[in-house]
Design a protein around this ligand. Sequence first.
Ligand SMILES: [Cu+2]
Length: 494
Amino acid sequence: MLVGCSNDSADADGKAAAGSHFLQDTGGSARGDFGPPQGEPIQAILTDAPMVPPPVNRDYPAKVIVDLEVVEKEMEISEGVRYTFWTFGGSVPGKFMRIRQGDTVEFHLKNHPDSKMPHNIDLHAVTGPGGGATSSFTAPGHESVFSFKALNQGLYVYHCATAPVGMHVANGMYGLILVEPPEGLPPVDREFYVMQGDFYTVGKYREKGHQVFDMQKAIEENATYVVFNGAEGALVGDNALKAKVGETVRLFVGNGGPNLVSSFHVIGEIFDKVFFEGGTHYQENVQTTLVPAGGSAMTEFRLEAPGTLILVDHSIFRAFNKGALGMLKVEGDEQLAIYSGKEVDNVYLADKAVEEGAPVIAGVAAAQQAGSATREDQIAAGAVLFNGTCSVCHQNNGKGLPGVFPPLADSDFLTAKSQEKVISAVINGISGPITVNGEDYNSVMPPMSNLNDDEIANILTYVYNSWDNKGDVVSPAKVAEVRAGTKRPAGAAH
Ligand SMILES: [Cu+2]
């Protein structure tokens, strides 16, 4: 294959000068056209995250029909927090599509009649204007059809590109399409679909009820939530990814953005291979891989030891304070030569360690919504939350650590101060010299404003009713009052 002329012989349009009209082999798309589709048209299998369609397993280019419907619907973004998502196929991220390089895709984009907005689709796997967006503008109750040939292999993001584009993406309109190389990908035991996204709500992180999109926060890139698979907790507890010791795993990782770049990391695992940016080449032995907004990566690893691996965006406040935390639970026999074992579950999980107590908390939360929670209910939920949140410092028995963390057990601070002061201490933290039961402390307790009103009310009710304290009940309404009345430093509000 001949190579094209050097740049200085190109004219103003970038076309090579006359006589050099032969194509340069640039790899990629130049090798991806395997001719017209063969055989019967094939209906694409589409899956919701974290599921991935089966391998294509075909040795010829086909016509593949994709039917995708846009649905605008309200779902939970965090426990008790509702958000109106705009979706490709009914969930966030959108349906995963899997085709073979050289396939011709006949794309049917439908927009549900109940939608309020028009939508379209820009697939990064498309060679052509707008990645399909220019041919797929679809009003509610309508359908658009366009075709494209998948010339390049790779893992590609698709998203809505209807104005205001940022808002459509911020509402969850993105997903992944995998274009397999002609020979397919090497087989692995498990494949999962994980896609990060950032969300912007007028209400604070974990503020309950229906929350609306905040355009200003989106423009400022000040995310309220950063999550995997469309919701905080989408990959936690019962929803965790599952695999076994000895198995090989491939994660198809995407980042819809709209704004934030992900520092994707799995705590407790090293990626044997990362096909960075979703391309053809891989790097080996990687700890953290950067996934651009509107980009992807494929990571592969073998599971050598049992335990819970934790998926995070290692921009770490996002993991612990905005929701970017998932789990891969690995079952199997201890492998003591690789890791000495004995997991202490709450090392990294803090409030996620309350997993076992989750049913208790959920039951009490329901009672609190119905206004029927008793003191005993609050104490029960508070105990679980305390052990996941406060006990790291104040210890499970409330006794603290001498000279470092003051006791909550039989604490004269709790006796002397009003409920408002104590609630405010939890929401805003405490620093500077204080004396508790005759001992001086001069340290810092971080603000716990990520706890919601119910949680703080329950924790404090538990504290007041334990270890010889005075037995008060703290109501969520009281916590809300203190929260609303607290002046906080500029920028700390959300
Ligand atoms: Cu849209």
